[in-house]
Write a protein that binds this ligand. Structure first.
Ligand SMILES: [Zn+2]
Length: 137
């Protein structure tokens, strides 16, 4: 990791929902921004935790693959505050077992970072990415 320069970002109150994460500098398309950190658990362990979080209207568990999940509620970093959007400016990608949030387009300083969570569960949470969005997460 040492040589990779990561752009500066910061957690702030979001117009979308609760906390959000914002670019503090311009970020070029396809630039890696931040890793999605947390406790690595099995899908089986994750199922119970996801139910608990969902009852509080929260999503913390991010699937690496069929077997492994990252739970950002435990030892998570700032990436856990990045909001979902159905029209995001970032995307996620698993590289060598690490989840990265990557710029999907050129991002301007001050823009809120968003990506599509691609959730698979019970779709109990209303999407707040824009007024009237019909998506459920
Ligand atoms: Zn939406």
């Amino acid at each position: 990791m040492g040589a990779i320069y990561l752009p500066r970002i910061r957690r702030k109150r979001s117009k979308l929902h609760g906390w959000g994460v914002f670019a503090l500098e311009d970020i070029n398309k396809n630039k890696r921004i931040v890793t999605y950190d947390g406790e690595k658990i099995t899908s089986k362990e994750s199922a119970d935790r996801e139910d608990l979080y969902l009852r509080r209207g929260e999503i913390w568990c991010f699937r690496i693959n069929r077997r492994w999940v990252i739970d950002a509620n435990v030892n998570g970093n700032v990436a856990r505050f990045i909001n979902h959007s159905c029209r995001p400016n970032c995307y996620s990608n698993v590289i060598d077992g690490i989840i990265w949030v990557i710029a999907g387009k050129n991002v301007k300083a001050g823009d809120e970072l968003t990506y599509d969570y691609h959730t698979e569960g019970d779709k109990e949470i209303e999407c707040r990415c824009r007024p009237g969005c019909k998506t459920r997460l």
